[in-house]
Design a binder for this molecule. Sequence first.
Ligand SMILES: Nc1nc2c(ncn2[C@@H]2O[C@H](COP(=O)(O)OP(=O)(O)O)[C@@H](O)[C@H]2O)c(=O)[nH]1
Ligand SMILES: [Mg+2]
Length: 533
Amino acid sequence: MTLSTGRRTDIATRLEALDEVLALARDRVAVDVVAEAERIAGKAGDRLRFGAAHTVVALAGSTGSGKSSLFNALIREPVSEVGLRRPTTGVAHAAVWGDAPADALLDWLDVPRRHLLQRSEPDLGFDGLVLLDLPDLDSVDQRHRLEADRLVERVDMLIWVLDPQKYADKVVHERYLTPLAGHADVMLVVLNQVDRLSEAARKGCLADLSRLLDSEGLAAVLVLATSTRTDAGLDALRAELARRAAAKRAAVRRLEADLSELAEALEMQCAGSAARGVGRAERQSLVQALSEAAGADMIADAVAGAHRLRARRVTGWPLTRWTSRLRLDPARRLRLRDTPSELVRTSLPGPSGVQRARVDSALRELAERASQGLAEPWPTLVRNAATSSRSELPELLDRAVAGTDLGLGRPPRWWRAAGAVQLLLVATAAAGLLWLAALFAVSWLQLPDPPLPHWGRLPVPTILLAGGLLLGLLLSAVSGLFAKIGARRRALRARRRLAERVRRLADEAVVEPVERELAAHGALCQALSRVRG
Ligand SMILES: Nc1nc2c(ncn2[C@@H]2O[C@H](COP(=O)(O)OP(=O)(O)O)[C@@H](O)[C@H]2O)c(=O)[nH]1
Ligand SMILES: [Mg+2]
């Protein structure tokens, strides 16, 4: 059996939206709020499965107001014991009109005491009506009160039975009527025992009750005056019940009211302005702080130093070049490898206290700005998301450094050319030196002078020796200058590459978790507006 009214899709859509809200709210929103929403979602799903053929109406009120008397008057048979406060009054009675089987529905309501009224004479038009006589709301026995509450929560419609003495009863008004202000559509208020009032007193009492209901936001609720002694107002009550039972709308209306009330209660989740998201400036300062914590300064220095040293080893003046071999490569010292690999650890010292503090404050700032204007618990959720991988950051940063291509593995091509020229110049100088030595030996041995070519006024061997040495020194100086410029450029590039890598890390470890929370908030508020209907 399904509900055939046009509102079916309506409430189904709202319930689907509620499921979405629940999926997003679990683990985020306070457990009691989620539990309440789950309860209503569960109840609505259950109730809808039983269809709209039946309309479950409960008589609720405090002790002695006349619930059982009204119940008997409506079914015209004395089934529910009047004036009794024996244990049996802690259990609800049901009267079921019509042929449609209501057993499954009553099993779900957990009401075992049932009276079937197939055809009432005269026909009251009560087909499909299920009337419940509830335990007293103010019973001294807590179990009775809980049983009444349980059914107040589940039924489709409520008739609040008041009497002239206790019509302003605090229990009924504060605990039930006021919180159910959104349910006026599925409630009736009955002022019973009016036979005990004079005409004037009755009017005054009804006026007072109306004022009270008005102040509780229940101006729309229908108020009837009845008496089970004189039968006053009973026909009007019967007519109203017949009308509601025939309309078959109470079940859905009740659930709709529940959903609206729930949506209103959840509304504060979406109070305030919409989330701003992670700002570019906050993201940038986080990347900055993380880069510093990753040791960007130290790394840039090491890259520059390694570049200069390696340049000297290849292009330096060969006669003093060997001294550079004695010096330790700064990149090696930090175990920064030529070929990046995330699998090896560097021997960077890790972030200092100051650097950690800067990262923390960047995280805080980012979370704060991203969740600005949102109601709790969302700023807390966003902050937790931002700091979720905080303790792993040093490790992640080191891995990022190890995995960054710092440009160490690619020596400039001119180095080798310059190195070759240096060797050539040394060879030239050596040739000049040997030549001069040979000339010296010839002259020492008093042999005839061999021919000595000149270039301008200088002998060629002298030019070879001096030129080779001078040009070697000059080349070494020029190479050193270029290496210095190159070192600066490489340091900058290494910084940039590291920052790129760190940005990716910041996005994965911080920005994305934060944005997931903000997206959850947006989706929840969106779904909530559909729950509201
Ligand atoms: N005068 C008068 N007494 C009533 C009326 N309805 C019920 N009573 C009496 O009020 C007492 C409590 O009634 P009962 O139906 O047991 O109330 P319940 O506790 O709400 O179920 C009984 O003594 C009834 O006879 C009424 O309309 N007029
Ligand atoms: Mg009773």
